[in-house]
Design a binder for this molecule. Sequence first.
Ligand code: NAD
Length: 332
Amino acid sequence: MKVAFFSAKSYDREFFDPFNGKDGLNITFYDTTLNAETTNLSENSEVVCAFVNDQLNTKVIKQLAQNGVKLIALRSAGFNHVDMKAAAEHNIPVVRVPAYSPSAVAEHAVALILTLNRKTHKAYNRIRESNFSLERLTGFNLNGKVVGVIGTGKIGVAFCKIMLGFGCKVLAYDPYPNEELKTIGVEYTECFHLMSQSDIISLHTPLTPETKHLINKKSIAGMKDGVMIINTSRGALINTKDAIKGLKKKKIGYLGIDVYEQEEGLFFNDLSENIIQDEVIMRLMSFPNVLITAHQAFFTREALEQIAKVTIGNILDFKNNLSLKNEVEVGN
Ligand code: NAD
Protein backbone atom coordinates (compact mmCIF):
# COMPACT_ATOMS: atom_id res chain seq x y z
CA MET A 1 0.00 0.00 0.00
CA LYS A 2 1.48 3.34 -1.08
CA VAL A 3 1.57 6.16 1.43
CA ALA A 4 2.28 9.77 0.44
CA PHE A 5 3.82 11.34 3.54
CA PHE A 6 3.66 15.15 3.56
CA SER A 7 5.54 17.77 5.61
CA ALA A 8 8.29 15.22 6.26
CA LYS A 9 11.09 16.45 8.52
CA SER A 10 14.30 14.63 9.44
CA TYR A 11 12.75 13.49 12.72
CA ASP A 12 9.70 12.08 10.91
CA ARG A 13 11.96 10.05 8.63
CA GLU A 14 13.94 8.82 11.64
CA PHE A 15 10.86 7.50 13.41
CA PHE A 16 8.86 6.26 10.37
CA ASP A 17 11.68 4.79 8.28
CA PRO A 18 11.91 1.60 10.36
CA PHE A 19 8.34 0.77 9.22
CA ASN A 20 8.93 1.53 5.55
CA GLY A 21 8.92 -1.52 3.28
CA LYS A 22 7.44 -3.71 6.04
CA ASP A 23 3.93 -5.20 6.16
CA GLY A 24 3.36 -4.17 2.55
CA LEU A 25 3.76 -0.43 3.25
CA ASN A 26 5.62 1.75 0.80
CA ILE A 27 6.08 5.27 2.20
CA THR A 28 7.25 8.16 0.04
CA PHE A 29 8.35 11.17 2.07
CA TYR A 30 7.72 14.67 0.73
CA ASP A 31 9.20 17.75 2.41
CA THR A 32 6.43 19.94 1.05
CA THR A 33 3.17 20.59 2.83
CA LEU A 34 0.00 19.22 1.35
CA ASN A 35 -2.02 21.91 -0.41
CA ALA A 36 -3.92 22.44 -3.66
CA GLU A 37 -0.61 22.80 -5.54
CA THR A 38 0.95 19.59 -4.21
CA THR A 39 -1.94 17.10 -4.30
CA ASN A 40 -0.53 15.62 -7.53
CA LEU A 41 2.14 13.97 -5.36
CA SER A 42 -0.61 11.76 -3.95
CA GLU A 43 -1.39 10.19 -7.34
CA ASN A 44 -1.34 6.38 -7.07
CA SER A 45 -1.21 6.52 -3.26
CA GLU A 46 -4.07 5.07 -1.28
CA VAL A 47 -3.02 6.85 1.87
CA VAL A 48 -2.05 10.43 2.59
CA CYS A 49 -0.21 11.02 5.85
CA ALA A 50 -0.44 14.62 7.04
CA PHE A 51 0.49 16.91 9.92
CA VAL A 52 -1.04 20.01 11.50
CA ASN A 53 -0.17 22.61 8.86
CA ASP A 54 -1.12 20.51 5.86
CA GLN A 55 -4.21 21.87 4.19
CA LEU A 56 -7.06 19.42 4.01
CA ASN A 57 -9.80 21.74 2.81
CA THR A 58 -12.69 20.92 0.45
CA LYS A 59 -10.67 21.49 -2.71
CA VAL A 60 -7.69 19.43 -1.58
CA ILE A 61 -9.87 16.55 -0.39
CA LYS A 62 -11.73 16.50 -3.70
CA GLN A 63 -8.41 16.29 -5.55
CA LEU A 64 -7.16 13.56 -3.22
CA ALA A 65 -10.32 11.55 -3.93
CA GLN A 66 -9.79 12.00 -7.68
CA ASN A 67 -6.22 10.75 -7.23
CA GLY A 68 -7.49 7.57 -5.62
CA VAL A 69 -6.69 8.37 -2.00
CA LYS A 70 -8.75 6.18 0.33
CA LEU A 71 -7.45 7.17 3.78
CA ILE A 72 -6.17 10.33 5.48
CA ALA A 73 -3.83 9.39 8.32
CA LEU A 74 -3.10 12.37 10.57
CA ARG A 75 0.04 12.38 12.67
CA SER A 76 -1.69 14.75 15.08
CA ALA A 77 -4.43 14.63 17.70
CA GLY A 78 -6.08 17.85 16.47
CA PHE A 79 -8.08 17.62 13.24
CA ASN A 80 -9.40 21.19 12.96
CA HIS A 81 -7.41 21.55 9.70
CA VAL A 82 -9.48 18.84 7.99
CA ASP A 83 -12.79 19.52 6.28
CA MET A 84 -14.49 16.50 7.81
CA LYS A 85 -17.66 17.05 5.79
CA ALA A 86 -15.72 16.90 2.52
CA ALA A 87 -13.87 13.79 3.70
CA ALA A 88 -17.18 12.09 4.51
CA GLU A 89 -18.67 13.12 1.16
CA HIS A 90 -15.76 11.48 -0.63
CA ASN A 91 -15.89 8.45 1.62
CA ILE A 92 -12.37 9.00 2.92
CA PRO A 93 -12.00 8.05 6.58
CA VAL A 94 -9.70 10.23 8.68
CA VAL A 95 -7.62 8.59 11.39
CA ARG A 96 -5.51 10.38 13.98
CA VAL A 97 -3.25 9.85 16.97
CA PRO A 98 -5.62 10.72 19.81
CA ALA A 99 -2.96 10.87 22.52
CA TYR A 100 0.73 10.59 21.88
CA SER A 101 2.05 12.13 25.00
CA PRO A 102 -0.20 14.36 27.05
CA SER A 103 2.70 14.82 29.47
CA ALA A 104 4.91 16.23 26.72
CA VAL A 105 2.47 19.06 26.00
CA ALA A 106 1.61 19.68 29.66
CA GLU A 107 5.30 19.84 30.57
CA HIS A 108 5.96 22.32 27.75
CA ALA A 109 3.17 24.55 29.04
CA VAL A 110 4.96 24.50 32.40
CA ALA A 111 8.26 25.29 30.67
CA LEU A 112 6.64 28.40 29.15
CA ILE A 113 5.31 29.44 32.56
CA LEU A 114 8.65 28.98 34.32
CA THR A 115 10.64 30.70 31.59
CA LEU A 116 8.32 33.71 31.39
CA ASN A 117 8.20 33.96 35.15
CA ARG A 118 11.83 33.36 36.14
CA LYS A 119 13.30 34.73 32.88
CA THR A 120 15.87 31.97 32.55
CA HIS A 121 16.14 32.68 28.80
CA LYS A 122 17.26 36.24 29.59
CA ALA A 123 19.60 35.11 32.36
CA TYR A 124 21.22 32.62 29.98
CA ASN A 125 21.98 35.36 27.44
CA ARG A 126 23.17 37.79 30.11
CA ILE A 127 25.59 35.34 31.66
CA ARG A 128 27.11 34.58 28.25
CA GLU A 129 28.02 38.26 28.10
CA SER A 130 29.37 38.29 31.66
CA ASN A 131 26.36 40.30 32.82
CA PHE A 132 25.68 38.91 36.28
CA SER A 133 23.16 41.57 37.27
CA LEU A 134 19.77 40.56 38.63
CA GLU A 135 18.09 43.80 37.57
CA ARG A 136 14.68 43.17 35.94
CA LEU A 137 14.82 39.40 36.47
CA THR A 138 12.29 39.43 39.32
CA GLY A 139 9.83 36.56 39.18
CA PHE A 140 7.00 35.40 41.41
CA ASN A 141 6.34 32.27 43.49
CA LEU A 142 4.05 29.81 41.78
CA ASN A 143 3.16 28.38 45.17
CA GLY A 144 -0.23 29.76 46.22
CA LYS A 145 -1.08 31.31 42.84
CA VAL A 146 -4.38 30.62 41.09
CA VAL A 147 -4.06 28.70 37.84
CA GLY A 148 -7.08 28.46 35.54
CA VAL A 149 -7.18 25.49 33.19
CA ILE A 150 -9.60 25.62 30.28
CA GLY A 151 -10.15 22.12 28.95
CA THR A 152 -9.38 19.16 31.19
CA GLY A 153 -8.97 16.36 28.70
CA LYS A 154 -5.80 14.30 28.54
CA ILE A 155 -3.38 17.23 28.43
CA GLY A 156 -5.37 19.44 30.81
CA VAL A 157 -5.42 16.65 33.42
CA ALA A 158 -1.64 16.19 33.20
CA PHE A 159 -1.17 19.95 33.46
CA CYS A 160 -3.49 20.30 36.49
CA LYS A 161 -1.56 17.62 38.34
CA ILE A 162 1.77 19.36 37.76
CA MET A 163 0.39 22.70 38.91
CA LEU A 164 -1.09 21.12 42.04
CA GLY A 165 2.42 19.83 42.70
CA PHE A 166 3.71 23.41 42.66
CA GLY A 167 1.21 24.27 45.38
CA CYS A 168 -1.09 26.27 43.11
CA LYS A 169 -4.82 26.58 43.55
CA VAL A 170 -6.21 25.07 40.35
CA LEU A 171 -9.51 26.20 38.85
CA ALA A 172 -10.87 24.42 35.80
CA TYR A 173 -13.54 24.77 33.18
CA ASP A 174 -14.70 21.97 30.92
CA PRO A 175 -18.23 21.05 29.83
CA TYR A 176 -17.32 17.52 30.96
CA PRO A 177 -15.59 17.82 34.34
CA ASN A 178 -13.08 15.16 35.31
CA GLU A 179 -14.10 13.40 38.53
CA GLU A 180 -10.55 12.36 39.47
CA LEU A 181 -9.38 15.97 39.33
CA LYS A 182 -12.15 17.01 41.70
CA THR A 183 -10.99 14.48 44.25
CA ILE A 184 -7.44 15.82 44.20
CA GLY A 185 -8.45 19.41 44.75
CA VAL A 186 -9.21 20.95 41.36
CA GLU A 187 -12.21 23.26 41.56
CA TYR A 188 -14.49 23.45 38.53
CA THR A 189 -16.11 26.78 37.80
CA GLU A 190 -17.59 28.81 34.95
CA CYS A 191 -15.24 29.93 32.21
CA PHE A 192 -15.50 33.69 32.76
CA HIS A 193 -15.27 33.30 36.53
CA LEU A 194 -12.11 31.23 36.05
CA MET A 195 -10.65 33.94 33.83
CA SER A 196 -11.42 36.66 36.38
CA GLN A 197 -9.79 34.77 39.27
CA SER A 198 -6.65 33.33 37.70
CA ASP A 199 -3.07 34.57 37.84
CA ILE A 200 -2.22 32.13 35.06
CA ILE A 201 -4.64 30.86 32.41
CA SER A 202 -3.67 27.82 30.36
CA LEU A 203 -5.67 26.66 27.34
CA HIS A 204 -6.13 22.95 26.67
CA THR A 205 -9.29 22.76 24.54
CA PRO A 206 -9.52 21.75 20.91
CA LEU A 207 -10.24 24.47 18.35
CA THR A 208 -13.96 24.39 17.58
CA PRO A 209 -16.45 27.09 16.53
CA GLU A 210 -17.22 27.54 20.28
CA THR A 211 -13.61 27.90 21.38
CA LYS A 212 -12.38 30.07 18.49
CA HIS A 213 -11.16 33.40 19.90
CA LEU A 214 -12.07 32.36 23.44
CA ILE A 215 -9.42 34.86 24.46
CA ASN A 216 -10.67 38.13 23.00
CA LYS A 217 -11.11 41.78 23.88
CA LYS A 218 -14.05 41.06 26.20
CA SER A 219 -12.58 38.09 28.02
CA ILE A 220 -9.22 39.85 28.42
CA ALA A 221 -10.98 42.86 29.98
CA GLY A 222 -12.39 40.57 32.68
CA MET A 223 -8.99 39.11 33.63
CA LYS A 224 -6.69 40.10 36.49
CA ASP A 225 -4.20 42.83 35.72
CA GLY A 226 -0.88 41.29 34.73
CA VAL A 227 -2.38 37.87 33.98
CA MET A 228 -0.22 35.21 32.33
CA ILE A 229 -1.83 33.45 29.36
CA ILE A 230 -0.42 30.18 28.05
CA ASN A 231 -1.58 28.54 24.83
CA THR A 232 -0.24 25.17 23.76
CA SER A 233 -3.46 24.09 22.04
CA ARG A 234 -4.36 25.89 18.82
CA GLY A 235 -3.51 29.43 17.76
CA ALA A 236 -7.02 30.56 16.96
CA LEU A 237 -8.15 30.08 20.57
CA ILE A 238 -6.65 33.54 20.98
CA ASN A 239 -7.62 36.60 18.99
CA THR A 240 -4.02 37.66 18.50
CA LYS A 241 -4.75 41.29 17.70
CA ASP A 242 -6.79 41.60 20.90
CA ALA A 243 -3.95 39.96 22.83
CA ILE A 244 -1.51 42.52 21.42
CA LYS A 245 -3.80 45.32 22.63
CA GLY A 246 -3.96 43.62 26.04
CA LEU A 247 -0.15 43.46 26.15
CA LYS A 248 0.22 47.11 25.16
CA LYS A 249 -2.17 48.15 27.93
CA LYS A 250 -0.22 45.89 30.35
CA LYS A 251 -3.43 44.03 31.12
CA ILE A 252 -1.69 40.87 29.95
CA GLY A 253 1.54 40.61 31.92
CA TYR A 254 2.93 37.54 30.14
CA LEU A 255 1.99 35.59 27.05
CA GLY A 256 3.44 32.16 26.27
CA ILE A 257 2.35 30.55 23.02
CA ASP A 258 3.39 27.38 21.26
CA VAL A 259 0.74 27.89 18.59
CA TYR A 260 -0.24 30.90 16.54
CA GLU A 261 -3.29 31.74 14.44
CA GLN A 262 -1.30 32.19 11.23
CA GLU A 263 1.45 29.68 12.01
CA GLU A 264 1.04 27.85 8.71
CA GLY A 265 3.97 28.71 6.43
CA LEU A 266 5.99 29.99 9.41
CA PHE A 267 6.27 27.26 12.00
CA PHE A 268 8.42 24.19 11.30
CA ASN A 269 10.49 26.21 8.79
CA ASP A 270 13.89 27.90 9.05
CA LEU A 271 13.11 31.41 7.82
CA SER A 272 16.17 33.03 9.36
CA GLU A 273 17.26 34.47 6.00
CA ASN A 274 13.76 35.51 4.92
CA ILE A 275 11.84 38.74 5.29
CA ILE A 276 8.87 37.81 7.45
CA GLN A 277 5.73 39.36 5.97
CA ASP A 278 3.47 38.65 8.95
CA GLU A 279 3.29 41.94 10.87
CA VAL A 280 1.29 40.41 13.70
CA ILE A 281 3.85 37.83 14.73
CA MET A 282 6.62 40.41 14.31
CA ARG A 283 4.79 42.67 16.77
CA LEU A 284 4.32 39.77 19.17
CA MET A 285 8.02 38.91 18.93
CA SER A 286 8.91 42.47 19.93
CA PHE A 287 7.39 42.24 23.43
CA PRO A 288 9.82 41.39 26.22
CA ASN A 289 7.09 39.47 28.05
CA VAL A 290 6.02 37.24 25.16
CA LEU A 291 7.56 33.83 24.65
CA ILE A 292 6.88 31.99 21.41
CA THR A 293 7.85 28.43 20.57
CA ALA A 294 7.04 26.98 17.17
CA HIS A 295 4.57 24.18 17.92
CA GLN A 296 7.11 22.08 19.76
CA ALA A 297 5.07 21.17 22.84
CA PHE A 298 4.58 17.63 21.56
CA PHE A 299 8.20 17.27 20.56
CA THR A 300 9.70 14.59 22.76
CA ARG A 301 11.27 11.26 21.82
CA GLU A 302 8.45 9.41 23.54
CA ALA A 303 5.79 11.33 21.60
CA LEU A 304 7.52 10.84 18.24
CA GLU A 305 7.77 7.09 18.88
CA GLN A 306 4.11 6.95 19.79
CA ILE A 307 3.04 9.04 16.77
CA ALA A 308 4.89 6.69 14.40
CA LYS A 309 3.60 3.55 16.09
CA VAL A 310 -0.04 4.65 16.21
CA THR A 311 -0.05 6.14 12.69
CA ILE A 312 1.38 2.96 11.20
CA GLY A 313 -1.12 0.92 13.25
CA ASN A 314 -3.95 3.07 11.88
CA ILE A 315 -2.79 2.55 8.29
CA LEU A 316 -2.38 -1.21 8.80
CA ASP A 317 -5.87 -1.45 10.33
CA PHE A 318 -7.20 0.14 7.14
CA LYS A 319 -5.06 -2.10 4.91
CA ASN A 320 -6.26 -5.20 6.73
CA ASN A 321 -9.93 -4.12 6.70
CA LEU A 322 -10.02 -3.95 10.49
CA SER A 323 -12.17 -1.47 12.36
CA LEU A 324 -10.53 1.97 12.55
CA LYS A 325 -10.29 2.55 16.30
CA ASN A 326 -8.73 5.99 15.87
CA GLU A 327 -11.10 7.23 13.21
CA VAL A 328 -12.27 10.81 13.71
CA GLU A 329 -16.00 10.76 14.14
CA VAL A 330 -17.83 13.97 13.49
CA GLY A 331 -18.70 15.20 16.98
CA ASN A 332 -15.36 13.91 18.37
P1 NAD B 1 -8.80 15.97 24.72
O1 NAD B 1 -9.81 15.69 23.65
O2 NAD B 1 -8.35 14.84 25.59
O3 NAD B 1 -9.37 17.11 25.69
C1 NAD B 1 -9.98 18.26 25.26
C2 NAD B 1 -10.91 18.72 26.37
O4 NAD B 1 -11.43 20.01 26.00
C3 NAD B 1 -12.09 17.79 26.62
O5 NAD B 1 -12.17 17.44 27.99
C4 NAD B 1 -13.30 18.62 26.20
O6 NAD B 1 -14.46 18.35 26.96
C5 NAD B 1 -12.77 20.03 26.45
N1 NAD B 1 -13.52 21.06 25.76
C6 NAD B 1 -14.16 21.00 24.57
N2 NAD B 1 -14.78 22.17 24.32
C7 NAD B 1 -14.51 22.98 25.38
C8 NAD B 1 -14.88 24.31 25.70
N3 NAD B 1 -15.65 25.03 24.89
N4 NAD B 1 -14.42 24.82 26.87
C9 NAD B 1 -13.65 24.09 27.71
N5 NAD B 1 -13.29 22.83 27.45
C10 NAD B 1 -13.72 22.27 26.30
O7 NAD B 1 -7.57 16.66 24.00
P2 NAD B 1 -6.07 16.77 24.51
O8 NAD B 1 -5.32 15.56 24.08
O9 NAD B 1 -6.06 17.15 25.94
O10 NAD B 1 -5.56 17.97 23.60
C11 NAD B 1 -6.06 19.29 23.74
C12 NAD B 1 -5.59 20.11 22.54
O11 NAD B 1 -4.18 20.29 22.60
C13 NAD B 1 -5.81 19.41 21.19
O12 NAD B 1 -7.10 19.64 20.69
C14 NAD B 1 -4.78 20.06 20.31
O13 NAD B 1 -5.36 21.18 19.66
C15 NAD B 1 -3.72 20.53 21.28
N6 NAD B 1 -2.43 19.86 21.11
C16 NAD B 1 -1.31 20.63 20.93
C17 NAD B 1 -0.08 20.03 20.77
C18 NAD B 1 1.18 20.85 20.60
O14 NAD B 1 2.23 20.30 20.24
N7 NAD B 1 1.15 22.15 20.85
C19 NAD B 1 0.02 18.63 20.78
C20 NAD B 1 -1.13 17.88 20.99
C21 NAD B 1 -2.35 18.49 21.16
